[in-house]
Design a protein around this ligand. Structure first.
Ligand code: ATP
Length: 194
């Protein structure tokens, strides 16, 4: 079974692309939403977070996102610590997902951060979803109601598109000139044959 990774910067269209693959019957693992679920359900992970950040990390078993965010927002080391605690649990959960879908010809992992970390090591083929900067800004503004400056700051804090393009195995162009569905169908055919 092939493990495909789908990544891209904020507002590039990762989730939109993955929803097309899902319509084709391909199992998709959404790493960010699984991580959110794991912090609320995995007691071993909850203990590790409590040991690192204190009792206020959970309120009656529920992850106290606002409290954790207030700590990691302006402290890079604390953010790295939080990621280093959650990361192995997500990797393990991804392995379970792959095992459960071992009969499929391929599965997809969708994650905003993939090319930047060692999570790419558990992937056979990485697809980058690429959109023009202006399009991304317009889409995020429409979806999240945040300012252009805020979006630009978020984009600039991520790895550059040029670097991502160099590291990716395939690129899906989510713009006005390319058909998203045709690109997804071409990759679907390729992955079924690999
Ligand atoms: P994020 O990482 O910020 O969650 P994402 O990369 O998963 O973003 P999407 O959520 O798929 O991106 O897309 C961002 C927004 O742009 C969504 O509201 C989506 O509906 C819209 N969008 C994406 N691609 C297209 C497209 N080809 N045509 C029209 N709207 C699109």
């Amino acid at each position: 079974m092939l493990r495909v990774g789908i990544t891209g910067g904020i507002g590039s269209g990762k989730t939109t692309v993955c929803s097309i693959f899902e319509r084709l019957g391909v199992p998709v693992y959404y790493a960010d939403s699984r991580a959110k679920e794991l912090v609320n359900t995995n007691s071993e992970l909850q203990n590790k977070i409590t040991n690192a950040f204190g009792q206020n990390s959970f309120i009656e078993g529920a992850y106290n996102r606002a409290f954790i965010a207030s700590i990691v927002f302006s402290d890079k080391e604390k953010l790295e610590l939080l990621n280093s605690i959650i990361h192995p649990f997500v990797l393990n959960d991804w392995e379970v997902f792959c095992h459960e879908h071992a009969h499929c010809s391929y599965v997809i992992k969708e994650a905003a951060i993939m090319l930047e970390t060692d999570s790419k090591n558990s992937i056979d083929h990485i697809v980058l979803v690429h959109s023009p900067l202006e399009t991304r800004i317009q889409r995020i503004q429409k979806r999240d109601k945040v300012s252009e400056a805020e979006i630009k700051a978020r984009i600039e804090s991520q790895m550059s598109e040029d670097d991502k393009m160099k590291l990716a195995d395939s690129v899906i162009y989510n713009d006005q000139e390319h058909s998203l569905i045709e690109q997804v169908l071409a990759l679907h055919q390729k992955f079924n044959l690999l």
